[in-house]
Design a protein around this ligand. Structure first.
Ligand SMILES: Cc1cc2nc3c(=O)[nH]c(=O)nc-3n(C[C@H](O)[C@H](O)[C@H](O)COP(=O)(O)OP(=O)(O)OC[C@H]3O[C@@H](n4cnc5c(N)ncnc54)[C@H](O)[C@@H]3O)c2cc1C
Length: 366
């Protein structure tokens, strides 16, 4: 059986669902997801934090542009998807240069004394901290609500979402892309590649050169919040060299070793040794020992070499659109990237500076 659409999106993560929530207003849109649930891979495994100063210049611009939508998510919620958290970087003597480099490019960050840092997070060891700084405006993102909201928007505009549809074959003839899954074939003049870690694999199926995507594993351990403390209003606290971070989450602390091992695309899980080493680095900085890991997971953060997302039509084939390479920033930049992608796909040339589109185009990587 063949189904015809205007836009076919491969990938039911935050990227695919975000762009489809806009495209569904402009034509017949369909999202194809290989898993039985949406957001199963990276999008369901993030730390869900919004940090203005995280990433390169382009990412900072995309994050800033996303804030209006997060605060007024029309059609998704009548309240902001962001809530106060803060992000504090702590530097040992050896990490002073890392902190300095981060601050030299940052806005709205405040330097803290060791005492101020330990007042905010009382389990930190003062003797280890040579310097600290905080972005007080960093916020938690309700990423589940965002994902569910995108799904609702797609359906309310008449779009389709098809889980359990693993795209295994892609062909192009007479201006039409045909995507084949074990159950069905789908046709459309425009294909959006939002396949996360598998985006280069999709390019190969479509006979298009890859962009050099590197899936990097990042793990997370869940431990009970240190007893005797109310950690609910602690900021996320992290090493200035990004070799561990800790995020309070209800009665728990999420600890990440901030690992970046390059792996093949797969259903990622946390490596015990990587977790143990990361927990050790965290434990060195705090007075509360880790006595129990209740749960752990890992997901893939997908980067190209300049660490900037890849958004735009590919010069190698008509109607093949990339929405990939969001790295560790795909949730906080999802509103801006979804809108830019939709504007490019529907041909709405807007007032965004061209240098942003130049920075995002897949053709820069060739
Ligand atoms: C531990 C961790 C912490 C993070 N923390 C943050 C954070 O605090 N803030 C932030 O902004 N970002 C964070 N990120 C990054 C963020 O999660 C990602 O950038 C984002 O989720 C990428 O979304 P995506 O839709 O591109 O990928 P995915 O969610 O992986 O979606 C891609 C989808 O494509 C599907 N697919 C692939 N191939 C096929 C095929 N052939 N047929 C059909 N479907 C296919 C996959 O099944 C998958 O569901 C974090 C990531 C990790 C792992």
């Amino acid at each position: 059986m063949k189904s015809n659409y205007d836009f076919l999106v491969i990938g039911g993560g935050i990227a695919g669902l975000g762009v489809a929530s806009h495209l569904a207003k402009h034509g017949k849109a369909c999202v194809l997801e290989q898993e039985s649930s949406l957001g199963y891979h990276s999008s369901g495994r993030s730390a869900a934090i919004f940090i203005r100063n995280y990433g390169n210049k382009v990412l900072k611009q995309l994050t800033a542009s996303s804030e209006t939508f997060f605060n007024n998510p029309e059609g998704i919620a009548d309240h902001s998807l962001l809530s106060p958290r803060g992000e504090m970087l702590v530097a040992t003597e050896n990490e002073l240069e890392d902190l300095e480099a981060y601050l030299s490019d940052a806005t709205d960050m405040e330097s803290l004394t060791t005492k101020e840092a330990c007042d905010l997070v009382p389990i930190l060891r003062p003797e280890k901290i040579a310097a600290a700084a905080i972005e007080t405006e960093a916020q938690d993102i309700d990423s589940d609500l965002l994902l569910q909201g995108y799904i609702r928007l797609i359906k309310s505009h008449g779009g389709h979402i098809k889980p359990k549809q693993h795209v295994q074959k892609i062909s192009y003839e007479n201006g039409v892309w045909t995507l084949t899954t074990p159950d069905e074939s789908y046709e459309a003049p425009i294909l959006i590649n939002a396949a996360g870690a598998w985006a280069d694999h999709i390019a190969t199926l479509a006979n298009i050169p890859q962009i050099g995507l590197m899936p990097k594993r990042r793990s997370m351990a869940v431990i009970p919040a240190p007893s005797g403390y109310d950690s609910s209003d602690w900021p996320l606290f992290a090493s200035a060299s990004e070799d561990w971070y800790a995020k309070p989450q209800g009665e728990k602390l999420y600890i990440s070793p901030a690992d970046e091992d390059i792996v093949e695309p797969h259903d990622a899980w946390a490596d015990d040794m990587v977790l143990a080493e990361g927990l050790y680095r965290y434990e060195e900085m705090v007075t509360a020992p880790v006595t129990q890991v209740e749960h752990s997971w890992a997901g893939l953060r997908n980067f190209v070499k300049d660490k900037t997302p890849v958004v735009g039509f590919d010069n190698h084939a008509s109607g093949f659109f990339w929405l990939a390479g969001q790295g560790g920033y795909g949730i906080q930049t999802a509103p801006a990237l979804s809108e830019i992608a939709c504007d490019l796909i529907t041909g709405k040339i807007d007032s965004r500076p061209n240098d942003l589109l130049e920075a995002l185009t897949p053709n820069r990587l060739r």
